[in-house]
Design a protein around this ligand. Sequence first.
Ligand code: GLN
Length: 475
Amino acid sequence: MAVQSIRQLLHMLERGETTSVEIVTAYLHAIEEKTDINAYITVAAEVALQQAQESDLRRKAGKQLSPFDGIPIAIKDNICTREVLTTCASGILQNFIPPYNATAYQRLRNAGFVLLGKTNLDEFAMGSTTETSFFGPTKNPVDTTKVPGGSSGGSAAAVAAGLAPVALGSDTGGSIRQPAAFCGVVGIKPTYGRVSRYGLVAYASSLDQIGTFAHTVRDAADVLAVISGLDERDATSINKPIDFDSATITGDIRGLRIGVPQEYFNGVDGAIVTAVKDVIKRLERQGAVIHQISLQYTDYAVPIYYLIATAEASSNLARYDGVRYGYRSKNIQKLKDLYVKTRQEGFGKEVKRRIILGTFALSSGYYDAYYLKALKGRRLIIDDFTRAFSQCDCIVAPVTTTTAFGIGEKISDPLSLYMADILTIQANLAGIPAMSVPVAKDESGLPIGIQIMAAHFNEKVMLNVAQAIEDSVVR
Ligand code: GLN
């Protein structure tokens, strides 16, 4: 199917030129044709057709649930969908069918969106290549020898390959923005607290946030607006006006102060630096005022993140013990063996590495030296952004230090993969909104993204800048 934005699809639906069942059928065919990408863990064909049929009936009766009624969406497989397998790409949840819906998915259903399927990811969202999935790696649709990024690689690849018009992902340290940049689509990580985490399988709870992938800034903003807002089931969700849907986006950035952090250009590929600087020049021509700023703790972000994220993960993943749900080891004699063997057999190597790292950072005697120190560092980073946003309205920078690399190229060197997260993780540590917009290609034709960050709950400003960039880019 030709790549379609949800605006185009809605237009056709409204005019009666197509039906939700037809749209869903076309996507299901496309998915079948491109199974080599491995974007989906579960294709929910039956559920999708049923939901699409219901949507068509509603539309016929003039009873649409929202303007988006009948639009299909792909959901990352760490977001709970009732009666549809939710595996987190882990052996330990390979048979887990949730008895409830995540709030973000329920809100999509309330608006009439149709579930196409559940997308591939790094096991428990720990990674940046989608290679640690129990179900095998996802390939980058732009060049299938390359990784799609991660951990939401399946969602990014699905949208980029035309296997879904829009998708949900989650971003704990860059897992939406980095794959969006690698695959050449738009990806938004909203402010921490903007979207309920209820039903998002926890990796690092103080950093996790659900967000959206789409072909256009407006599509990504619209889906985000649908899933945003206070939820009594997530105490960290916040009641703020949702003031950023496509109708409010103008792309007018005249007089806007844009900060450019010098630290975000260190060690970044030449093609990416050139592309980002080009965009900054264009933004200036469109009326923005450019300020050079400094985010002085950038170099500490990786160690701070990997202490906090693994500490939280070690605690969150304690629940997988073979007792309540998921995989259970066979031939168990003693209770302790049930726990030990289930975890030994159920978790992959990277997840085990992180549980061990996190347990170490939290253990008595080391807590102050590692975990507590990391929390203090996180505070310095938050203060740094507060200072930055007193000088500018938003920040523009690269998303990644390189474009997509080869499958298998870096997976045996976890430290270099961790280091590569340097440009995305500060936004999670500070809790601010950040997104990636595709702006160019490198000499091999691989996509390059640009990152836009804004102050807490200032998605509106971030999206206006994103729109200005999208408007000015000839892709
Ligand atoms: N690459 C980072 C990690 O491995 C971020 C992952 C994410 O955002 N879920 O932890």
